[in-house]
Design a protein. Sequence first.
Lengths: 541, 434
Amino acid sequence: MRLRLVLAAIVFTLTANASPAADLPPADRTVETVVDDAIDAAIASAGVTPAPQTDDATVIRRLTLDLVGRIPTAGEVDAYVKSTDPRKRANLVDHLIASPGFTRHQASQFEVMLSPDIERRGSGAIREYMTAALKDNKPWDRIFRELMLPDESDPKQKGAADFLRPRVTDADKLTNDVSVAFFGVNVSCAQCHDHPLVKDWTQDHFYGMKAFLARTYDAGGTLAERGFGIVRFKPNKGAEKAARMMFLTGTKVEDSTAREMTKEEQKKEKDEAEAAKKTKKAPPKPAFSARAKLVDVSLEKGNSDFFARSIVNRMWHRFFGAGLVNPLDQMHSENPPTHPDLLAWLARDTAGHGYDLRRLIRGIVMSKTYSRGSRYPTEALPDARLFAVSRLKPLTPQQLATSLKLAAADPAGFDGKKPDEFEKLMEQYESSARGFASLIAQPTENFQIGVGEALLFSNGDRIMKEFLTDGGGSLLARLKATKDPKEAAGFLVKVVYGRPPTDDETSALVAYVQKRSDRPAEAYRQLLWALVTGPEFRFNY
Amino acid sequence: MPSKHFCGSPDHAVSRRAFLGSTAALAAAAAADMTGLDVLSSPALAGELKKGRKRVILLWLAGGASQLETWDPKPGAITGGPFRAIKTDVPGFQISELMPQMAKRMKTTCVIRGLNTRNGDHGSGAKLMMRGRRDEANLRYPDLGAVVAREMGRADSKVPDYVTFYTQTEGRSMAPGDAGFLGARFGPMELTTNNTPEFIRKLDTITDLDHRERADLRDLLGKQFAKGRQSDTMNSQNEAYERVRGIMASEKLFDVTQESQKVRDRYGPTQFAQQCLIARRLVEAGVPFVRVARAWWDSHGQNFETHQEMVPELDHVMATLIDDLGERGLLDDVMILTLAEFGRTPAINASLGRDHFASAWSMTMSGGGAKGGAVYGKTDPKGNTVVAEEVDAGSLFATIYSSLGINPNKNYYVGSRPIPLVNPGVEAIAALAK
């Protein structure tokens, strides 16, 4: 095993740089086949046996959580497991991606991606904007353009301005946040000095990016941009200098507007801001917009790799629990991808298909790599970078809270609903879970679940009142009618975990209930508690 | 995934296990150690820990107490204000007359008089003085409490690692405890509305037996699920649930009525005094870090009345805490800090107030490895500038860490990036090494 790990490391080192475009797999192949070939090839050269494909019940749970942000109902699991249609997975994926739950859940994920700091997440306007954008399947480059150049007079784009707005008071932070969110690059180290470890990033890069963004300001509630401006910085060596607009690739922009504003221009800006405050309309756009230039330059052929690779890496991370490059904001030459050719192909494919996010997501979740099991028979796991075993992904606060609501409901309530009624019901469950979701921590890199969450679940009044009730329509109310503890235990496991119980589980659960024959309702409530607080519920596995 | 920055040597793992000395939570504990560092990576540090696990009580003087009315009086100067300076048990060293009890105990305490922290804003000043440095754009540093919890807490601890009391509302939202990149495992248990933590007591609707046995059932289900699966996050969840019963059992630690009336009277009747008594109970039981915030020192007006009222309380409570810990043989292991977001201007404004001032102020460290009786730093006769032995937030934190026996240059890892406890090049004050 140890030798295999060493060999795997060598493979990684040798393939650190992507092959020339001509050597990549052909452009007309599907995402899922290219993913599987690349991942399988690396697993094979490492001499590792991957985890087997997971079962149908797990596939539908994984897909439903990942695509629409909730666990499947018992009925959905049953129908999927029983189906003999060879296209059932593709049909399920297409159905989920087309459902309103998909746009809502992915919008939440994008909201966190764009504003990892909860303080900068604002009022939820970005989420609303993203929901509408994903509903129309707007391409990622169009979304990028609208977030960076929001037209606040268009009500459909109103929320888009909430990306820039909380950041414009701090141009350094704005520079880094834009670089991280769209290009997968954290340039903050290069603010004070050329990056000590990464030769890619110099102060010229940081201030070159800042020069595109520093002219943006808040004109009394609306975003505006100056037509002139100059960013100066003091390099580590030598005298203070003016930064030239420069993209991360080193592409520089000729700029005749790089100068201080005159007194008159400053006064004009002030007057315009005053007027904007009154009319609530943005001041006129400058003849030359540095911010628009950044968007254009970053999407130009030759420069667009950062943009394309970053979105691919982030989508990969969303569905596999780790990126092809980790951390997600460290995409540079000293931190190569685990599968360079795969990342290069996916980036080219995504750009070539108009940054169609649904296409990329569909390809990822249709791959065999995605549906690999999360269990591995031996204690020595293959190197995680091989994607030979699926990772456990902690549920997001909203996934967890919505799923809790669903697990605690009588599944009969979902039966026989028309598709649009069912969707509406799911949305209601999601909304009713939002309050509780705000008490749960958002997963981050190296996420740890703290004792605060365990105490909340163990002793919080809300858990009992909002979730583990035995009121009408609840799972616990349904169990009151069940006489046989074994049948009840089986039913509980089926509804909450989407699978039949093991023999060990059945005997433990039944024994628990039998010991409490004077208070069966309480006993069932406690079984449900034990099931939903267990890792099998807390994670997407 | 093997990290190229962490040797991952099994020897270290073994020593950590031996050190933790418990059985049940071990695998989980070692695996949850996901920042990839090891308390015992340095043999010298291991020796240090054997002597006694250090703990910290931070008295957070929210809003910014005046150094001139506490640790660095300037009697007679135009900026000095009405209060006199008095002699202390450290020859040649005087403090404000508002602190007569501490004046008799300065041999236990190290005063840093030359703080220049360059940030006079409540919010970012509080962040700076809880972390010793500014957050990076995309990297949130853990605060002092989280680092001490991380370094001194036990993975299988039955008590909380980091408790913070902040009852008054002024400034509370500006100075939350925050584990930054260390994550929720080392985040604070925050007490704001009363002195008992939220969710520490079981609901009346469930019996104790059922509460315990349903947790056992959860554990059984969790173990089945964990077969053949590995995840640091999953381990952290199991570990969190394993700690619930222990933390619940620590509820009494938060109950001052468990102390004799004599002890309670000794601390005094104020909320701050009672919370400091709880802090003593907590550190005694092994809680690594407790912050007790006392607000609101922000005396832009009526500075002298404010300090005349608040400093004697601080003086009395701090002196009592030092005596009490000393009598219990804990003073070598427990460090008491007084710290705030900044100090106050020597200049007295038109409302007889003092404003925010971060360029020449003071803090103290008592017990727990601090060099008692030491006075470090000197300000000019009016208190406007530091004239000798200037200290910034970084070197202050390096000094606190090394006094506690924590190597300030040790690394945490975020992904593969090494993050030292203090920024590279920042050193502890050599003169304050014991």
